[in-house]
Each structure stands twice: as C-alpha cells, then as structure tokens.
Design a protein around this ligand. Structure first.
Ligand code: BES
Ligand code: MN
Ligand code: ZN
Length: 497
C-alpha cells in the first residue's frame, strides 16, 4: 500500500473515493462544505434529507457528485465536537476503510478537517490515520489453503495544504513504519506454536538483521546460555523438544559515539502449556500468544530500523516452549539464575519471569541507560486492568512517566501499579533465595517484584500486556500492542538526546 500526501483543492482532487466528514446534527465539515459549493448544494440537499446524521463513524457513499472531480464521495460521521477522542477517531477510520474496501476502488483520499481527536496536532492526526488505516489492511492467511483475494486498493492519500505538506510527509513515514512494526508483531503472534517456535523467532530476527545494516543480530543457543549460567531460563524449555534461544538484536543508530544503549526485553514463550503445573484445557490454544512480548520487541525494532532513529537500542528475546514431559522442571525444583540467586519453582506455569530474569541479567552487559521488558506475564493483570490498559511497573519514576506519556501519545495506553517493598515478602522461600510465585493477592505486582530482584543496577520498567496482546471472539488475533508505545518511547528518546 502506498500512503501519500496530496495537495490541492478538495473539489478538484482526483481519486476514486474522496472521504470527507459530516459533523453531528448533519453539519458539513469545511471540506464537505467546499464540495457542496462546487456541487451547488447537492450534498447539503442529501444531508438535509436525513440520509446521514453525522453520528460517529456513520457512512454514506455518493456517486458522481456534480462539480466534483472525485468519482465517489464518502461522507463519514464525525460525531459531536466533544466526542472527538482517539477511540472515536479510530472507529471513524475503521468505518471509512470498511466502506472503501467494500467498493473495491484502487485509490482513496482522506480530507482531514474535523477528523481526529481534539488532543491531536496535525502530525498526530495524520500518523494515526495511517496507522489505523494500515491496521485495517492486515489480513492473516498464512495458514489458510485459500489466500485472501488481493485488495484493489493500492493508494491512500491525505489531502493537505502545501504549507502542511512537509510535516505531513514525516507523519506518513512514521505512520508507515508503525504499520509495518505492528503488522510484524501481529503476524508473529498469530502464527501457531508448531510454526512459530523459538528457532522460528530467531530466524525472523536474523532476517531483520540482514535487511538492515544498522542491526546486528546474535543468537545464543542452549550450550552458550548454559555457559553463561542461565539455568533459570533453560529450566523452562527442559520439557520441550524445541531448543530455547536467546535472541539479541543490536541496533546501532546513534551518531554520538558515546551514546548509551536502551534495552528492550521480550517474553517469547512460543507455547505455554503451564508445564507440569498444567493449565486447564479451555482456551489453551490462546497460549500460542504467549510470545507477544517478544513479537512487540521485534515489531518495535522493525519500526526503529525503518525510521533510522538516532539511538542505540538492544532488543533481547527470551524464547522457549513450556511443555510437560519426563524432562520437565517439577514444582519444588530449585534452579540457579545467571545472577547467582536461587529460585524455588513452586509453579511451572509462572515461567515468564523465569526466562525474563536471566535475560534481564544478560542486559547488564550493555550498560543500559534504560531497560523495558514486555510480557504476557500474568492473568491477574487482566483482572486488574481488563483488556484496555497495559500494566506498568517500574523502579524509576521518570522512566515510568515517560512510558505513560508515550502510551498516551501513541494511543496505546498503560497504567501504573505500585511496586512497593511491602509486596516483596510474598516471594520468601524456605528453600531458595526467592520463590517464583507470590500467592493469589496482587499477582501482577508480585511477578514484577520477582523481576525487580534482577534489575537493581539500572533504570527499569516492566510492561504486562496479558490483557491487551490479543483479542478474543470474532476478531480473535494478535493486536500488535504495545509496538506503538515502545516505538513512541524510542522516538521521544531520540528527539531528546
Ligand atoms: N502466560 C501466562 C499469563 C497469561 C494467562 C496471560 C492468561 C494471558 C492470559 C503466564 O505464564 C501464567 O501462566 N501466569 C500464571 C502465574 C501464576 C501461576 C502465578 C497466571 O497468571 O495464572
Ligand atoms: Mn504460564
Ligand atoms: Zn506464560
């Protein structure tokens, strides 16, 4: 798909489908008004007839409007002025894309005035349009024998005045990079556990490295991890036929030779049966999504490479498959982590923290300025925050606030939970330095407390995406969250440095 900025007057815009807004109570937006003047009242006549009222995301397709160059005009409801928020803007883009896809046109142009959230500046408005229009074009058909018909649509334009075009071009470039990052994460998330194994994830990272000069990719196999003492990570894959991998993607984009590294760490459990602490059968298939933290790190690295950010970033993926077998780790087993701390594994289903802790210790070698890990870590996070917000826990207020702000900017929101010392004692063990579970109360917090034992030497934040990484029901599939948040965070860091 080509996304592009187009200039000129709305009535003479040449496209197969021109998209303009109608506000609540059937008020024409400025661009709809301009079209109406060119069409000598043709549009206001239809709108006044009651065919479209201007409710959020309502659509009405008009053909061959007199005096207008575009072959079709799609009127789209913008709702009331005080309803223009990110959520409604996304609904509007989604409805517009559904209407455009429905008529199999090759090109469409959005005229933006009135569209968008009240919080938007023009950059954000355009970038979100691209991101969300792009998301509507994603189709999963990799494992279907009958592939989706190719879409006729191959060009989406954004109509802007010449003065705004330069800003618009930046917004399009960033928006497209984000579409690619999010689609990459969704595709990896959606692939089943028998295809998307730790080895497969490693291969995808290697491919990304081959495509980008600034990205150096190294894969550590089980022997190399054992040499480093990563016995906690390795214990998770013990029951699996699939070898565990540590994937290290080093992006060296900083101009400044002294620039420090920012590290992202992703949980890459390519299937989580729970191990010997076997999960119940219902919906267990969804545990193929337990590598969505890894997918969002790979997705963010994809976007980062495409945006050529002036930054050094290390993406680390801790990849393993959690299976029961005669070789599997058992409840009560004690393992030694790379940090030297011992862990009593009371529940083999609390495996995410076991792979992450060694990856977080490994991160120390990059002398990081910040470390952010991303994981589908706890069912408790869904109880706490539902399917809307990513859970955020951190040992550094500035980093936490930056991530919260990046989430707001990117419309990929997070919400902070406390990480107070009071919770740490839930992890006491009579047999090891730490237990891997903290009992039923505050499961998301005690999981983060576990990780915090391995992140003392740097500024760190943890993102629990258990509630947001995939959708259930009719739209079942990976969402690509929190690629936008991570990418925005990196963009903000690059702009600050
Ligand atoms: N991957 C799961 C967490 C999860 C469950 C995410 C459901 C999304 C939906 C994780 O490995 C897990 O099993 N966590 C346990 C921890 C418990 C044993 C302390 C959980 O949340 O039940
Ligand atoms: Mn688990
Ligand atoms: Zn898991």
């Amino acid at each position: 798909m080509d996304f592009e900025i187009v200039n000129g007057d709305v009535a003479s815009c040449e496209t197969e489908c021109l998209i303009v807004g109608v506000e609540a109570d059937a008020q024409l937006s400025p661009s709809a008004s301009a079209l109406d003047s060119a069409a000598q009242g043709y549009i206001s006549d239809i709108v006044n007839g009651g065919d479209i009222k201007g409710k959020t995301a309502e659509t009405l397709l008009l053909q061959k409007v007199p005096g207008v160059k575009a072959r079709r005009v799609l009127l789209i409801g913008l709702g009331k002025a005080d309803e223009r928020n990110d959520r409604n803007y996304r609904k509007i883009v989604k409805a517009a894309m559904a209407a455009v896809k429905g008529v199999s046109v090759e090109s469409a142009v959005f005229s933006l005035d009135g569209l968008g959230s009240n919080d938007d500046d023009q950059y954000r408005q355009i970038r979100h349009l691209i991101e969300w229009a792009g998301a509507e074009l994603y189709i999963y058909d990799e494992t279907k024998s009958k592939k989706a018909d190719p879409l006729a649509l191959d060009k989406i334009g954004v109509l802007l005045s010449e003065d705004d075009s330069e800003l618009g071009e930046y917004a399009v470039l960033d928006g497209v990079a984000l579409v690619n990052g999010v689609s990459t994460a969704r595709e990896l998330g959606n692939l089943p556990g028998n295809i998307c194994t730790p080895t497969y994830l490693a291969e995808q990272a290697i491919k990304l490295g081959e495509e980008n000069d600034a990205l150096e990719v190294t894969i550590l196999d089980e022997d190399e991890m054992a040499q480093l003492g990563m016995h906690c990570l390795l214990s998770v894959g013990n029951g699996s036929e699939q070898p565990s991998k540590l994937i290290v993607m080093h992006y060296k984009g900083a101009e400044d030779a002294d620039a420090k590294n920012h590290v992202l760490v992703g949980k890459g459990i390519t299937f989580d049966t729970g191990g010997i602490s076997l999960k119940p059968g219902a919906a267990m298939d969804e545990m193929k999504f337990d590598m969505c933290g890894a997918a969002s790190v790979i997705g963010a690295m994809t976007a980062l490479c495409e945006m050529h950010l002036d930054l050094n970033v290390v993406g680390i993926v801790a990849a393993a498959e959690n299976m029961p077998s005669g070789h599997a780790t058992k409840p009560g087993d004690i393992v030694t982590t790379m940090s030297g701390q011992t862990v009593e594994i009371l529940n083999t289903d609390a495996e995410g923290r076991l792979v992450l802790c060694d990856a977080l210790t490994y991160a120390e070698r990059f002398e990081p300025e910040t470390v952010v890990d991303v994981a589908t870590l706890t069912g408790a996070c869904i109880v706490a925050l539902g399917h809307q917000a990513t859970g955020l826990l951190s040992n550094d207020d500035d980093l936490a606030n930056s991530l919260l702000q990046a989430g707001e900017q990117a419309a990929d929101k997070a919400w902070r939970l406390p990480l107070w010392d009071e919770y740490q004692e839930q992890l006491d063990s009579n047999f090891a330095d730490i237990a891997n579970i903290g009992g039923p109360p505050a499961g998301t917090i005690t999981a983060a407390c576990f990780l915090s034992r391995f992140t003392k030497s740097y500024r760190w934040a943890h993102l629990d995406i258990a509630g947001v990484a995939w959708a259930k029901g009719k739209e079942k599939g990976a969402t690509g969250r929190c690629v936008p948040l991570l990418a925005q965070h990196l963009m903000n860091l690059a702009a600050d440095d």
